[in-house]
Ligand binder design. Sequence first.
Ligand SMILES: Cc1cc2nc3c(=O)[nH]c(=O)nc-3n(C[C@H](O)[C@H](O)[C@H](O)COP(=O)(O)OP(=O)(O)OC[C@H]3O[C@@H](n4cnc5c(N)ncnc54)[C@H](O)[C@@H]3O)c2cc1C
Length: 556
Amino acid sequence: MEKWRAADRLLKFSSRFASGTKLTCTIINYDHTHPLVSECCFFPIPFYCCKSKQGKYFYSVATTVHRNPLFSIISPDDISYFKTLLGERGVVQDALALDAANTDWMGKYRGSSKLLLQPKNTEEVSQILKYCNSRCLAVVPQGGNTGLVGGSVPVFDEVIINVGLMRNILSFDKVIVSGVLVCEAGCILENLISFLDDEGFIMPLDLGAKGSCQIGGNVSTNAGGLRLLRYGSLHGSVLGLEAVLANGTVLDMLGTLRKDNTGYDLKHLFIGSEGSLGIVTKVSILTPPKLSSVNIAFLACEDYTSCQKLLLEAKKKLGGILSAFEFLDSDAMSLVSSTTFLGTENHGQEVIKDKHGQDFTSIDLRALPLEFWYSYASGSIFMENLEAFLLHSVESGLVANGVLAQDINQASSFWHIREGLPEALMKAGAVYKYDLSLPLEKMYDLVEEMRVQIGPAAKVVAYGHLGDGNLHLNISAPAYDDNILAKIEPFVYEWTSKNRGSISAEHGLGLMKAAKIHYSKSPETVQVMASIKKLLDPNGILNPYKVLPSSLLSQN
Ligand SMILES: Cc1cc2nc3c(=O)[nH]c(=O)nc-3n(C[C@H](O)[C@H](O)[C@H](O)COP(=O)(O)OP(=O)(O)OC[C@H]3O[C@@H](n4cnc5c(N)ncnc54)[C@H](O)[C@@H]3O)c2cc1C
């Protein structure tokens, strides 16, 4: 086949790679612009869960969290107030809409809210919060509801506030301070990406959920995503924001300056606080210029150590033009290639065809491990750097095998391998998922120790954003089993803590890990966080039961 013959180009680099064992695969991406990396999990915990009619499991919080009795229950007078304030459109009580807003993306967490409010501007957000605070009505800020830790849905009957109608781009300055975008918090990430594309710029943030997630949600979760390696975290690129406190006070911190050292930089409190301190209503963000070239290599290494060394080499040789460095281990690769996930019959996802009409992805997956590797030179100026890097990596034995995408379709098919993992895991049965930051040199030790710890009862599958030191650890079992869970937790949290990692690399704490924060933060730090929460939200109405342990917040 033509495309395999094209592999000769890379083959010239070395005659070393052969049919060796492929243990680890790495995706290196230069400035990719593709949607990718679904992060999903289906994480029922048997004795906490019940099964719905749709076959989904819902986390029942009743056994772990108790409704705060100080919170009021919504009354007809409250509904009348909100209708007067927002009009009929802004007050949603429809059962179907509420069902969707009460259920998280994974189908893992489910609340029972009877009210969804949709304000159209900051003033309305302010009035809503002021009223809720005076009535002691608990609220949940919700964006695109793509969060993965149970933070975006109510736990009980909290009022859901979604700023999705606030979706105006307010300004874009590409002349004076190059690339500063100011927009309302309800803008969908993908729409911002499209807008900027027309202007010759890109968002410093990209993630698989971009078609649904809102910039307000991204900021509130301090989302990491696929460009963090190159453009850094939102703590760096968000220049300012506007947020509404629990009592309705509007904090205007919507600066567009690169430098401003006038006192405490309060905007950082709202970046990553998951709606527990205020509702983000506007965002000012620095966006980089669009780059002309996108090249992706999909490489096989013989072990994790080679993969890790490859990352260091890539950083040295490719420097700032490296935008993503992902990895998946051989169990992840076999899983994604052995499931029928890539077929059309599954989830309506299209099979990826090459230009000869062949199923590119499945050929690729089956062929790549032992006999093939594949390359294509696009002629981009960066391709020379990439080729030089690959030549060196192959000659030094770091890379055993690999393919280079020859066009955007093939590039996306590489990303589909990575993107297919979460769903492949769900298809394989029950999956326990952990999102961890760990020192690179220790990262895979956890995977191996977990394999020993779990034994044959479950399969341990690892992948993640290696370039950011972020491991997605998945324990895949035929069914949910208390014995398996008992082997995973608290082991995984203790191991992470002992190695000074973080129990949440990019997804936040939400409801899932609110009570586990002490594994990553000292008691003094958590205490200061609780004090800040109490100062800004004394009644605790904003996203209760999330982020911080409820026990701490109920203390005087
Ligand atoms: C397929 C898929 C891929 C993903 N990939 C990544 C990834 O690569 N990197 C990553 O970091 N995450 C990823 N995620 C997780 C998720 O998409 C991000 O956390 C995202 O930033 C959430 O945005 P959202 O608008 O959906 O927020 P929601 O899920 O609605 O809310 C998330 C949290 O933010 C709060 N919140 C939302 N809007 C506001 C607001 N305006 N003001 C105050 N608080 C608010 C909520 O209360 C909640 O605590 C992925 C999720 C999916 C489903």
